[in-house]
Design a protein around this ligand. Sequence first.
Ligand code: NAX
Ligand code: ATP
Length: 390
Amino acid sequence: MLQAGTRQGLLTSVFRLPVPSHITSRLQAKGTTPPYSIKPAPPSSSRPLLTTMATADPAQQPESAHNVCIEQFSRWIPALSASSYKGQQGKIGVVGGCVEYTGAPFFAAHSAHKVGADLTYCISMPEAAPVLKGFSPDMMVMPYLPDTNDEQAASFRRYEPKLQGIIGRMSALIVGPGLGDDPGTVKVAIKIIKMACERDLPLLIDGSGLNIVAKDPSIIKGYKNCILTPNVAELGRLAKAVGVQLEGPVSTAWQEAAPQVAAAFEGPVLVSKGPADIITDGCTTLSCEVASGLKRSGGQGDIMAGVVATFVSWSRAAQKGPGGGLLPSVEALPITSNLDTASLLVSAYAGCAVLRTASNKAFRLKGRSLMAPDIIEHLAEALEHQFPNA
Ligand SMILES: NC(=O)C1=CN([C@@H]2O[C@H](COP(=O)(O)OP(=O)(O)OC[C@H]3O[C@@H](n4cnc5c(N)ncnc54)[C@H](O)[C@@H]3O)[C@@H](O)[C@H]2O)[C@@H](O)CC1
Ligand SMILES: Nc1ncnc2c1ncn2[C@@H]1O[C@H](COP(=O)(O)OP(=O)(O)OP(=O)(O)O)[C@@H](O)[C@H]1O
């Protein structure tokens, strides 16, 4: 069901998609009446955006919004051909990997590769580099991130021109998976974010990168080529940073405020991860409720980052070619965002749908033992499932 209303002078469009039956039954078991619907926020009020509604007639369900996003994105999936060359399917960079975390950047980069990208780069701290290289020979690992140690900061200055060159070749950049919070590393990560913004490079900020943005939202405020992918705890920190008040302890109820938080960033698209993935720029809100698995192993968000960044790079490349614009069926939806933002919304929706499908397929096989690599192994199959004609 499509709902529209006005908020802060903007037309707010909301697409509510059917809740899969296994989630429906779990919600019912908890005494919640599905499906969820997101309603436009009243100006400066604490009234919830996400409300429950009585189950609607399935015939009235807005499956068209799901179908339209899937049909649109299928047009942007690059064809595989005998004449294609290395890099055309995406060159995805990940900035992350520190002493504590090596899994997160690997999951993001490996997922990008497994869903279809040609080349992946990981810019990490030196301590993480040998581990990352050991995980996969496919990923190009650059140990250029310093910590507060002066010697390493000096080495970053040495690497900076090289880094500029590498970033110039990328088709999308992910900042944050397993980046950590060392002040020296954070300083360089901010520089890299600025390099990406100067080049209008599609940027996805996840994990520790969101903590950087929560400390200083101005770093990406107004940057329209950007996706923020917070879990609910990270959403809470972003909300606080932009003055959106959230009540109670950390919970998925906070996802109700995702459109308000996105609106405050004035450009980036926000993907609020949870039982439903809420994808919003503050004007247009999509809710991806494709069936997921039931095991919440760490790393699923990192996988989503790799998939969504690859999909954004595909949509950007397709838009430069003939017929790369929006389909009339997408234009027929009241998407009030501009073309570039609309393509981020559609690409992020497609990425969430593929991640959730892969998670669902892997969960059916692995059950409680499911871990992030099991999901990654199902990405190609999930892509085919969602886009059989691509
Ligand atoms: N193997 C690895 O190297 C991994 C590293 N990771 C990295 O670890 C760093 C910290 O990430 P975290 O995800 O721990 O971030 P946070 O420090 O924001 O922690 C999120 C916390 O919120 C809690 N939470 C999530 N949903 C909740 C809900 N609905 N209700 C109540 N609590 C909820 C979680 O249990 C978790 O403790 C990031 O850089 C991240 O990329 C993670 O990606 C996990 C995997
Ligand atoms: N309750 C849920 N029901 C269904 N799917 C969920 C649920 N919670 C999370 N997911 C799925 O898992 C994805 C990752 O969400 P999660 O909150 O685990 O992110 P994260 O904390 O950033 O992950 P990571 O461990 O990689 O840092 C979501 O986008 C969604 O697809």
